[in-house]
Ligand binder design. Structure first.
Ligand SMILES: NC(=O)C1=CN([C@@H]2O[C@H](COP(=O)(O)OP(=O)(O)OC[C@H]3O[C@@H](n4cnc5c(N)ncnc54)[C@H](O)[C@@H]3O)[C@@H](O)[C@H]2O)C=CC1
Ligand SMILES: Nc1nc(O)c(N)c(N[C@@H]2O[C@H](COP(=O)(O)O)[C@@H](O)[C@H]2O)n1
Length: 217
């Protein structure tokens, strides 16, 4: 199947949490990591998040001028099975193009975005990636949250995983880097290929490869 290259990028605490208990956003990356993140945003064709990240963080998902000057904004993609996105969500502003990926079960309504229908209950990722490919999108940065990251990993649709580990602990039942059911048996574990580990600002950047096969660039 033709699909874009998929790179997961997220920031977690030392104990693997990506937000506070209850899902409130916390700054885990420091300025050096944000510079790396925004350079990466500027280098890809699309950035993708799940609807819970929109509802919790209300992100813009654009490239900040202070990190990368005069950058072209990538297309923003939101997985939103039931089309719950609020009309005033910042990701629906006119600064960049936005695609809302939804399902046959959603009640379609007018939004400042292109609506793509893939799947019945939840967004069919293979269908969506193929639709993005057909629109000329050759690389996608998946920023989260944990449920979306879990789906991409479980469906073996990830080429690279970049995680900034901030020097903090959140603890308890806060959202993790990878949500979902998790592995009960050894054969359900997702094995990664270590690529790089380097100190970055006040934390550590980890890079892993996930798929073995070469994909079309
Ligand atoms: N520290 C970091 O780098 C980041 C942290 N976050 C945090 O993550 C939290 C949100 O994460 P989650 O609650 O896990 O939600 P999420 O943002 O991963 O969205 C999951 C939702 O997307 C929809 N969806 C549709 N099709 C799907 C599919 N095929 N697979 C998965 N989901 C699909 C479903 O409604 C699902 O409940 C927030 O608290 C946010 O602050 C989010 C992004 C980055
Ligand atoms: N890389 C990274 N580090 C953190 O510390 C974070 N909290 C996040 N969160 C992600 O960035 C989105 C916000 O984007 P905008 O600045 O509004 O464009 C947020 O929704 C998460 O996806 N990421």
């Amino acid at each position: 199947m033709d699909r874009p290259k998929v790179i997961i990028n997220a920031a977690m605490s030392v104990d693997g949490k990506i937000a506070l208990v209850g899902g409130k956003r916390i700054k885990i990356s420091d300025e050096e990591d944000f510079k790396r993140v925004h350079k990466m945003r500027a280098s890809v064709d699309a950035i993708l998040v799940g609807i819970n990240t929109i509802l919790k963080d209300d992100p813009k998902l654009t490239v900040k001028e202070k990190y990368v000057a005069n950058a072209k904004n990538p297309v923003r993609v939101v997985l939103d099975s039931k089309l719950r996105i609020p009309k005033n969500a910042r990701v629906l502003n006119s600064i960049a193009k936005t695609i809302i990926a939804t399902t046959e079960n959603a009640k379609i309504r007018e939004l400042n975005a292109e609506i793509v229908i893939c799947g019945k209950d939840k967004v069919d990722l293979k269908c969506l990636l193929n639709e993005l490919w057909k629109r000329g999108i050759k690389s996608v940065m998946v920023e989260g949250g944990g449920t979306v990251i879990s789906s991409f990993l479980r469906e073996n649709l990830v080429d690279e995983l970049n995680v900034f580990v901030g020097s903090l602990v959140i603890g308890g039942g806060a959202p993790s880097l990878v949500e979902g059911i998790g592995a009960k048996n050894e054969n359900e574990v997702i094995r990664l290929k270590f690529l790089e580990c380097k100190p970055l600002g006040s934390g550590i950047l980890l890079r892993y490869g996930v798929r073995d096969e070469d994909i079309v660039e």
